[in-house]
Design a protein around this ligand. Structure first.
Ligand SMILES: Cc1cc2nc3c(=O)[nH]c(=O)nc-3n(C[C@H](O)[C@H](O)[C@H](O)COP(=O)(O)OP(=O)(O)OC[C@H]3O[C@@H](n4cnc5c(N)ncnc54)[C@H](O)[C@@H]3O)c2cc1C
Length: 297
């Protein structure tokens, strides 16, 4: 392996563990010198833009069978997505589309097909700002890790709220993400939508990514309201204050007008030099208000 004057490898040494135990063991022995690589699409972008240095060792987790595919338990409505499942596989899976349609839509909206053929759900989640996250947050997602000695489970929302401040997770291997289908109450209708709003330039991060799931009962009252937002550098999250406000309310003009103002007040996106916070708030509020109108009609 050739090294430059700073002792950093010009091309990393690539390891190919066959099991999760082997991968975690490699990471433990290589420490910060070794980085897990799934599809490599985000890592590549980070190296090219100078956001991260190319490491001396890459631990390619692509051949580990335990990290592949989708396991579905029809009885409990629970689906377990292997961390190495690609966004293309998710986008084209009829089962995912039937059970978790927001995830199908999210996968469709991410990058171009050539990238989606490599990019994994695990890598998208661990980017902390991936466009799959608002869709995943609708389905009570749980992350399953291998931490070297045992398995570890953690709700995705807990991990998202602490990941930036507590980077200990970088030593672990993400095994899978499990989702649960929301139960449909009798006599109610479910409405779901996923939107990614971006600028016209190719490959710029989205301005707002929103996922929406509600049920309407026969009296046109809202049940089981779930709203999640992300986009740009905003860490995706559910807007629980607004969800609680909407539950039991009628889907009418007065409530939709109120919910617009509430989203503008409570949603706290990150702005940047191109798209200010105020614009992102209004875009998010408009998306939800328009979906409520459609459902009410
Ligand atoms: C041209 C282009 C366009 C893009 N457009 C979008 C877009 O529209 N929306 C979007 O959300 N993203 C986009 N991306 C970013 C990227 O493609 C996705 O986030 C992708 O899902 C990352 O997955 P990956 O498998 O390639 O991750 P990798 O690059 O392999 O890994 C990403 C990070 O996660 C870690 N990691 C990966 N898997 C595991 C695991 N199982 N356990 C522990 N650590 C792990 C890696 O160490 C690394 O730090 C784009 C990228 C490119 C190059």
């Amino acid at each position: 392996m050739a090294a430059n004057a700073q002792g950093v490898a010009e091309a990393p040494f690539v390891w190919h563990p066959a099991t999760t135990a082997e991968a975690v063991q490699l990471k433990a022995s290589l420490g910060a010198e070794g980085v897990f690589a799934a599809g490599g699409t985000l890592l590549r972008t980070q190296w090219e833009s100078g956001l991260a240095a190319m490491p001396n060792h890459l631990i390619n987790i692509g051949a580990i069978v335990e990290l592949q595919g989708l396991q579905l338990d029809v009885g409990s409505g629970r689906g377990s997505f292997g961390a190495m499942m690609t966004l293309s596989d998710i986008r084209t899976s009829p089962i995912v589309n039937t059970r978790f349609p927001l995830l199908t839509e999210a996968a469709r909206s991410i990058a171009a097909p050539s990238i989606r053929n490599l990019a994994t759900i695990g890598g998208n989640v661990l980017s902390m700002v991936g466009d799959s996250l608002p869709a995943l947050l609708i389905y009570d997602p749980v992350l399953h890790w291998h931490d070297g000695s045992s398995g570890l489970e953690e709700p995705l929302s807990d991990w998202l709220s602490t990941a930036a401040a507590h980077p200990a997770w970088k030593e672990r291997l993400l095994l899978s993400v499990s989702l649960t289908e929301p139960a449909l109450d009798s006599n109610t209708k479910r409405f779901v939508a996923y939107h990614k709003v971006g600028r016209r330039d190719a490959f710029t991060p989205s301005v707002v990514t929103a996922a929406f799931s509600i049920q309407l009962d026969p009296d046109n009252r809202l049940r089981d309201v779930r709203l999640a937002f992300g986009g740009g550098q905003t860490i995706p999250h559910r807007l629980e204050t607004v969800e609680q406000f909407l539950i039991g309310k009628p889907a009418d003009k007065k409530i939709i007008t109120e919910v617009y103002s509430m989203i503008v007040e409570h949603y706290e996106p990150k702005g940047d030099a191109f798209v200010p916070v105020s614009y992102r708030k209004k875009a998010a509020a408009n998306l939800i208000a328009s979906e409520l109108w459609k459902a009410a009609r």
